[in-house]
Ligand binder design. Structure first.
Ligand code: SD4
Length: 328
């Protein structure tokens, strides 16, 4: 028997209501589900920024019949371990006290998830987040507790601050101003969504957070629904940029929910950015979203120009420059 999956689309009636000016609440109440054959899913890997090597690593897992969860973990471990990526893991820029503190989360096709935040001294926080998901009844572990748990699970403490990041920090100390530079200072945080050959979806997000943040600050990246969200019937979304703006709008959950209601990934990302622009001081910050739905349609959008996302499908890697709310 054909294995079928449910997609949710707005009904013609709800579109009509929207057209005559009745709000989205009316649309939501008119949702209906229709059956979509499983064959319509498309193995995919999508990630924020130009994280091509990470995407390729995840793609190899999927190509070889592996699980989306294994692919997404393997993929984001690449920038985590790369000392030249100064927004993620080893080599990440420190907080204003000179400490590298790491945030990460992971989510699987069953809606299970794990997260660590304000974790220090561990090179692969994503793998600790996965252990939180698989080995504990909890979702989030923070700070000293997360570190204790990681050590119990066999992870080793290592110095995360590299000479390069230390030198930049010492230069920053001269003026000590917290003024994130759009697309530069916090560039390369990775959020990734994977769809495997069985059509199952997983997601991950990992970062060292905003450079020179207050010690103890936690951003959007380890918060399920903010930095990343996956729904196995719909698709997944990830965020990058100033985490406070993403947290205030629960952006990745919003993107996935909009896709559930029938928006394309592109439309959903645009609406999530519009929400920030409507309600927040957005002119000097960057936030970018990218998303993929179960059928492999993808999209991305940001507040400022300069955000890109990378996609692997059918053995091809493509980098997309996302459109933005503020034009060039
Ligand atoms: C944070 N969202 O900690 C992260 C930073 C980031 O690209 O994504 N930079 O707020």
């Amino acid at each position: 028997m054909l294995n079928r999956r449910k997609f949710i689309h707005r009904s013609a009636l709800s579109s009509l209501l929207a057209a005559i000016g009745l709000g989205s609440t009316a649309c939501a109440s008119e949702e209906k589900t229709i059956e979509t054959p499983k064959g319509l899913t498309k193995p995919s890997v999508i990630a924020t920024w130009n994280n091509k090597e990470a995407n390729q690593t995840a793609w190899e897992v999927i190509k070889n019949g592996g699980r989306a969860l294994d692919a997404v973990e393997a993929g984001v471990k690449i920038p985590e371990g790369d000392e030249n990526d100064q927004s993620v893991g080893y080599g990440g820029r420190p907080d204003r006290d000179g400490k590298v503190t790491l945030d990460a989360c992971i989510m699987d096709e069953n809606g299970d998830c794990g997260s660590v935040c304000f974790l220090q001294g561990i090179k692969h926080p994503i793998s600790v987040a996965r252990k939180v998901m698989e080995e504990t009844p909890h979702v989030i572990l923070a700070g000293a507790g997360a570190l204790k748990f990681a050590l119990e699970q066999g992870f080793k403490v290592e110095e995360m601050l590299t000479e390069k990041s230390k030198k930049e920090y010492e230069e920053w100390l001269v003026n000590s101003e917290y003024k994130p530079i759009i697309n530069i200072e916090n560039h390369d945080t990775i959020g990734m969504i994977t769809i495997d050959q069985a059509g199952d979806i997983s997601g991950a997000c990992t970062t060292s957070g905003m450079a020179y943040k207050v010690h103890g600050r936690v951003g959007d990246s380890p918060i399920i629904g903010a930095g990343m969200f996956v729904d196995n019937e719909v698709g997944g979304a990830v965020a990058t940029g100033v985490g406070e703006a993403v947290l205030k709008t629960l952006g990745s959950f919003l993107v996935v929910e909009l896709m559930r209601q029938g928006r394309t990934p592109q439309e959903a990302c645009e609406e999530a950015v519009n929400r920030i622009a409507k309600n927040q001081h957005y002119k000097d910050i960057q936030v970018g979203y990218c998303a993929v739905n179960k059928a492999g349609m993808h999209g991305g959008y940001s507040i400022q120009p300069g955000f890109s996302y990378v996609l692997n499908q059918q053995d091809e890697t493509e980098l997309f420059d996302a459109k933005s709310f503020i034009k060039k």
